[in-house]
Design a protein around this ligand. Structure first.
Ligand code: TMP
Length: 236
């Protein structure tokens, strides 16, 4: 597979075309942003960790019946994925109150939720990714009702699988964000990444944050936190 032209440059990843029109190459960088791009920085080593963790999780999810865009890890930072058109939704599952949920509803961070929740944001940087509900997503034509049901089913399946898997590694899955895309034939698959950039991970014993909140909140120790997650996941 030959790496071709740069198709798209996101905040933390670059996407390249290949000689196969159905395959793209994602290149993970160490760039970190927060506050819708207002805060910029670097987390050294993050690109390789996010690439490898995402692929590890996507391979596990595929085995459990959740389809993903994953094709093949090409290098520490590069992965071949199926070309999808991204559904412009950020799909967020929460198990424990944190971040915007705590702020919006006045719930102390760390409060366990009585049920796991799902919410959607409209993926639009100019609008600041506003929170929307199912009706809004359908009214805006972002997806069909059938697609929305599939997305919810997959998101909760990902939560069930990841929660258990990570707890065995001493990590509490607080919340996470997923993105999904459509293959050429319309099939919904998991896309984007599953990493400390897009999930909140807390150490089971110390409740220490092992994720991007260390960068977002200027806590320090982001590099070590990413390394620690990688070590537990891959034993290195
Ligand atoms: P929030 O509490 O800030 O809404 O974040 C919920 C989860 O979504 C958290 O695990 C971080 C993740 N997330 C992203 O991956 N990208 C984003 O742009 C935002 C706002 C959150």
């Amino acid at each position: 597979m030959k790496k071709g032209n740069l198709l798209y440059e996101g905040k933390a990843k670059k996407v390249f075309e290949t000689d196969d029109p159905n395959i793209l190459i994602v290149d993970y960088t160490d760039n970190a942003t927060a506050l819708n791009g207002l805060k910029k920085g670097t987390i050294v080593g993050k690109g390789a960790i996010n690439n490898r963790m995402t692929n590890h999780m996507m391979r596990l999810l595929e085995q459990k019946g959740v389809p993903t865009h994953y094709v093949e890890e090409l290098s520490d930072r590069e992965t071949a994925v199926k070309r999808v058109s991204i559904v412009p939704l950020e799909v967020i599952i929460r198990n424990i109150a944190a971040g915007s949920f705590s702020k919006r509803y006045g719930v102390e961070e760390g409060t366990p939720l009585k049920i796991s929740t799902i919410e959607f944001s409209y993926k639009d940087d100019a609008l600041g990714d506003p929170l929307i509900n199912d009706y809004h997503a359908l009214a805006l034509g972002l997806c069909t009702e059938e697609e929305l049901n599939t997305i919810k089913k997959y998101a909760f399946a990902v939560n069930d699988m990841m929660k258990e898997y990570l707890l065995n590694l001493g990590i509490i899955l607080v919340d996470f964000k997923l993105e999904v895309g459509r293959l050429a034939d319309g099939t919904i698959v998991l896309a984007d990444e599953i990493s400390p950039d897009t999930c909140r991970f807390w150490d089971k014993d110390t409740m220490q944050k092992l994720d991007k909140d260390r960068f977002r909140r200027d806590m320090g120790g982001a590099e070590d936190a990413y390394q620690e997650v990688m070590k537990r996941l891959m034993g290195e």
